[in-house]
Each structure stands twice: as C-alpha cells, then as structure tokens.
Design a protein around this ligand. Structure first.
Ligand code: AMP
Length: 283
C-alpha cells in the first residue's frame, strides 16, 4: 500500500493504471475509519484491480461552528486499516493542495440539496459535490463506492455524476451497524456513555416507521409523529428532523401510495453531536 499526498502524482498513478488496463475502484472518506468504511473498501476490491481510498477532512462541507477542527484525524492508523481491508493506494491530500490560494470554483447541485441535511446544514452539499467532483477528476475511477448511511449524499452525488457526464459507476453499500443497531459513524466517539446508551433509539424509530409503512400505513405525518414520540420518550436527543420522503426527490410525503421508493430518515442532536441515519425501501 502506498500513501499519495500530491493530487498531480495521484492523477499520474491513475493514468498509468488505466494505461496498463487496470480498473480503479474509489472510496472517498474523511478518515477515522470504522467497520462501515472498511465494508466499502472490501466491496471495492470486487469492483477494481486497484482500490484507492481517500482520506481528507474536507473543510468546504463543514459549516461555521461545526466539528471541522475537532474531527478525529489519525492518518497512520487509517492507512493501516485501509490496507488491511484491501486498499492499495491511500490518497491523503492537504487542504492547501485541494483548495490552493485563489480557488473559486464550486459544484452546486440544486433542488434536493435544499431539503433535510441541506436545510439543516446550508452549504454542506456544495462542499460535498465540489470535493467528490475534484476527487473523481484526480483519482479517475471506474467505480465510486458510497455508503447508504448518508442517503441524501448518495442522491446528490448520483445527480451530479449524471448532470456533469462523469463516467463513473456508483455502487451503494448498505449501512454497517453496531450490535444494538446504532449506525457506525466517526462521530459516535463524541457521545458520552449516557448518550451512547440512548442512541440506538434512532434506528429503533426507523425500524418502527418501516414496519408501519410495510403494514400499509398511508398517513406519512402520523408515522413522523410516532418517530418523534419514540425518540423524545427514549432519549434526551433533540430532533433536527424526522422525514418520510419520496426516495427519488426526497420530498416529504403526505399520503403514502405504493409503488414508491421511500427514504425514512432523521437527524438528532445529542449535546453537540449530531447523528443521522436512514432506511430506504420500496413499497
Ligand atoms: P465519511 O468518512 O463519514 O465521509 O464517510 C465516507 C463514506 O463511508 C461515505 O460514503 C459514507 O456513507 C460511508 N459510511 C460511513 N458510515 C458508514 C456505515 N456505518 N456503513 C456504511 N457506510 C458508511
């Protein structure tokens, strides 16, 4: 496994790999790797001869007052974990190399970025779309792997790849969870023991909503209300949003009329720590 810091050197490696007939699978991450990331890297091994993992805490996707400074960083440990899961290249650029003096170009996906996470975190998806576009141009992969954990991110990146004619195949990997259902996240380390004990209520509320939808519930607002009630009665978490939305446009549903892709999602704050999770299903 080799670690590449320089974007130009990374692009050169990608060009060389392609020239020698190799396919490239790419897993973008912000590091602090856990079993969720490693599942993406393992899956990537089945999609490319070379597996590139990027580790870059992207400043443009963090808002003012968010956790950019305190986001956990440990490149040596992450590189060893990525290598263990099958990654042969770790791309770890500096912020200065990705956003040099004078940087002025951003990718802005409209519509779906104004909802849910986009509404709670203005500018977040502009940063995500910009960095994923840049990383795709630098790493030049055939296949891009993203986690279902960030369901709206998948929808935004899918839109961007289509709209900008970026010839990359998107593979979405199911969410990896702790035994008690909590979605693995680099941010779980911020939770106090008390908050950690309460956090599984998030997945419990998603499962409860899924079950009600599968049983034929038609009233989306009653499902959202039941989720809110379960979360607030079972934890000190402060709800940013709970959503029962169309899976394609992410618009909130009023009446649930199958056949329909649905994304049930939520964002809840435990103190300063904001957790997100979702379940996607087709009714
Ligand atoms: P991040 O480092 O948080 O930017 O995540 C990098 C990639 O890993 C994204 O595509 C995430 O959706 C994915 N990911 C994060 N947590 C999980 C998880 N628990 N299960 C599956 N994929 C995940």
């Amino acid at each position: 496994m080799i670690i590449v810091h320089d974007p130009a050197a990374m692009r050169q490696r990608a060009d060389d790999a392609r020239r020698s007939g190799k396919t490239i699978a790419f897993v973008p991450t912000m590091g602090a790797l856990h079993a969720g990331h490693l599942a993406l890297i393992r899956e990537a091994c089945g999609h490319g001869d070379s597996v590139v993992t990027s580790i870059f805490v992207n400043p443009t996707q963090f808002g003012v007052g968010e956790d950019f400074e305190r986001y956990p960083r440990n490149l040596d440990k992450d590189a060893a974990l990525a290598a263990g899961a099958g990654s042969d290249v770790v791309f770890a650029p500096s912020a200065g190399a990705m956003y040099p003096q004078g940087f002025a170009t951003f990718v802005s996906v409209e519509g779906i970025t104004g909802l849910l996470e986009g509404e709670s975190r203005p500018g977040h998806f502009r940063g995500v779309a910009t960095v994923v576009a840049k990383l795709c141009l630098i790493v030049n992969p055939h296949v891009l792997l993203l986690g279902q954990k960030d369901g709206q991110q998948v929808a935004v990146v899918r839109r961007m790849l289509t709209d900008l004619n970026i010839p990359v195949r998107l593979v979405v990997v199911p969410t990896v969870r702790e035994k008690d259902g909590l979605a693995m996240s680099s941010r779980n380390v911020y939770l106090t023991p008390g908050q950690r004990a309460e956090a599984p209520v998030l997945y419990a509320s998603l499962r409860m909503a899924e079950q009600r939808l599968r049983e034929g519930e038609k009233d989306a607002e009653s499902v959202r209300a039941a989720m809110r009630s379960l979360i607030t009665s079972g934890s000190q978490g402060v709800i940013d949003y709970v959503s029962v939305a169309r899976g394609d446009t992410l618009e909130e549903l009023t009446v649930i009329t199958p056949p329909l892709p649905v994304m049930i999602s939520l964002a809840v704050r435990f103190g300063p720590t904001r957790l997100i999770d979702n379940i996607s299903l087709t009714l």
